[in-house]
Design a protein around this ligand. Structure first.
Ligand SMILES: NC(=O)c1ccc[n+]([C@@H]2O[C@H](COP(=O)([O-])OP(=O)(O)OC[C@H]3O[C@@H](n4cnc5c(N)ncnc54)[C@H](O)[C@@H]3O)[C@@H](O)[C@H]2O)c1
Length: 188
């Protein structure tokens, strides 16, 4: 019996590189995994490969209604969500001067607002589950300089900080949050 056999996870970006690895790792520990992505074919194939109670759910992380539907469907079919993993993200390589405002807004919408909508959307379910762990995928480029990723750095930097306030506001629920990268000043 795996360490997560009682757990239900929603992995956004679950059809992508890191997301699918996270989904596989959670399923290997016995979690019921919802692969949530906009790539239907890849997500459906992965769910079939994982087997068990894992399934694919089409979810655009920028859509509030999509989140509502995903959490409702997951609770109905699998139970309350205790491991929301916000892995979905887009990259936009290049310099800041070359980036259009529309591109910047899109990166913030998917990489940052998408994670915020996810935490907010899953919160009631997480409480019903009696607690859990939130995983927010960010990037070291949000904390330090890397050539070529100036366009995604602001969203990454804020996203890395997102879970910190939640640690305090949700402490009474027994829920934790796990930034995907070490944050030296994060409260323990
Ligand atoms: N690959 C790296 O080296 C690296 C490094 C640091 C951080 N990251 C971060 O890790 C995360 C995942 O990266 P990856 O390499 O697996 O990328 P990827 O492109 O392989 O996967 C990203 C997934 O997110 C999905 N996605 C995009 N927009 C979406 C939306 N609106 N709603 C739902 N799903 C959406 C895509 O369909 C895709 O399946 C990203 O947030 C990325 O910024 C990646």
């Amino acid at each position: 019996m795996g360490r997560l056999s009682e757990r239900v996870a929603i992995v956004t970006g679950g059809a992508g590189g890191i997301g699918s690895a996270v989904a596989r790792a959670l399923a290997a520990e016995g979690a019921s995994v919802v692969i949530a992505d906009i790539r239907d074919a890849e997500g459906t194939d992965l769910a079939a490969d994982l087997g068990g109670r894992s399934r694919f759910q089409r979810l655009d992380v920028t859509g509030e209604d999509d989140w509502q539907r995903a959490v409702t469907d997951t609770e109905r079919d699998l139970g309350p969500v205790s491991v929301p993993a916000n892995i979905a993200g887009i990259m936009d390589w290049g310099t800041m001067e070359e980036q259009s405002p529309a591109s910047f807004r899109r990166v913030v919408d998917v990489n940052l607002t998408g994670a915020w909508l996810g935490m907010r959307g899953v919160a009631p379910s997480l409480r019903r589950a009696g607690g859990g762990v939130i995983v927010d995928m960010s990037s070291l480029s949000g904390l330090t300089a890397y050539a070529g990723v100036a366009r995604t750095r602001p969203a990454s930097g804020v996203c890395a900080a997102c879970p910190r306030p939640l640690r305090w506001s949700w402490l009474p629920t027994g829920s934790g949050s796990a930034p995907s990268i070490p944050v030296p000043s994060a409260p323990r």
